[in-house]
Write a protein of this length. Structure first.
Length: 210
C-alpha cells in the first residue's frame, strides 16, 4: 500500500467515526490537556495538525481565548464538528492530506494530538520538515501521541500493518522514541524532549524547538 492509498483508508475510517469520536476519545482528554500545558508564552497563531473534532482546542481556547488557529484534518466530517464549537469563528478549517496541503507560515506553535502514529518514519520526516518550516524561529512543536518502547515493538507494528492493511481499514504504526528523535533532528528540531503522559500509558508528550 502506498501513502496515498493509506491516507484514503484513514479518510474513510475517520469519516465513519466522526459522530462517535468525542465519546471514544474522552479517555484521552487529560492527555490532550497535558499537551496544551506545554505551550510557552502567549501564542497568537497556532496550527493544529490532525485536529479531528477539535477536542484539544477546548483547552487551548480556555487558556488563550484570543488565539487564532488553523486546523488541518483529512476528514471533512470531523472538521464540521469544530463548526459546532463556541470558538468556531476563531478557527480556519483546512480539509486535506498533510502531504498535499500548505501548512501556512509564521506560527507561534504547532500542536498535534493522536494524529501522527499512522505514518512510517520516511513519511514522518516529510511532515516534520513541513512543520519546521511553518514555525517562527525559536517556537515549538508539541504533540501528544502513541509510542512504543523498543525497535522490536516498532517493527512488529509495521509488519502487522504490511500483512493486514488489506483486511483492516485502519492500523496504527507507532514509533519508538529513539526513531522519533532521529527524524526530528533530521528535520532540524532541537531541545527535543519526551514526557510520559500521566493519564495514558502508551502516550508521550513531545516538545521540540525550531
Amino acid at each position: 500500500m502506498n501513502l496515498e492509498e493509506r491516507n484514503e483508508n484513514n479518510k474513510s475510517f475517520f469519516k465513519e467515526k466522526a459522530d462517535i469520536y468525542d465519546e471514544v476519545h474522552k479517555v484521552l482528554m487529560n492527555t490532550k490537556k497535558e499537551a496544551i500545558s506545554k505551550l510557552e508564552d502567549k501564542p497568537l497563531k497556532v496550527l493544529d495538525l490532525g485536529a479531528g473534532t477539535g477536542l484539544e482546542l477546548i483547552y487551548l481556547f480556555d487558556r488563550y481565548p484570543d488565539v487564532k488557529v488553523t486546523a488541518i484534518d483529512i476528514t471533512e466530517e470531523m472538521l464540521n464538528k469544530i463548526k459546532e464549537r463556541p470558538f468556531a469563528d476563531k478557527v480556519e478549517l483546512v480539509c486535506g492530506d498533510f502531504f498535499k496541503v500548505s501548512f501556512g507560515s509564521e506560527y507561534d506553535a504547532v500542536i498535534s494530538t493522536s494524529a501522527l502514529h499512522h505514518f512510517t518514519k520516511e513519511d514522518k520526516l516529510i511532515i516534520y520538515k513541513k512543520i519546521y518550516e511553518c514555525l517562527k524561529e525559536g517556537k515549538y512543536f508539541i504533540s501528544a501521541d502513541r509510542y512504543v518502547n523498543t525497535l522490536l515493538e516498532e517493527d512488529e507494528f509495521m509488519n502487522y500493518f504490511k500483512e493486514n492493511f488489506h483486511k483492516e481499514a485502519h492500523c496504527d504504526t507507532p514509533l519508538c522514541v529513539d526513531t522519533e528523535k532521529e527524524i526530528l533532528e533530521l528535520a532540524g528540531f532541537r531541545n527535543i524532549s519526551f514526557t510520559n503522559s500521566e493519564y495514558s500509558k502508551d502516550y508521550k508528550i513531545l516538545k521540540c524547538q525550531k
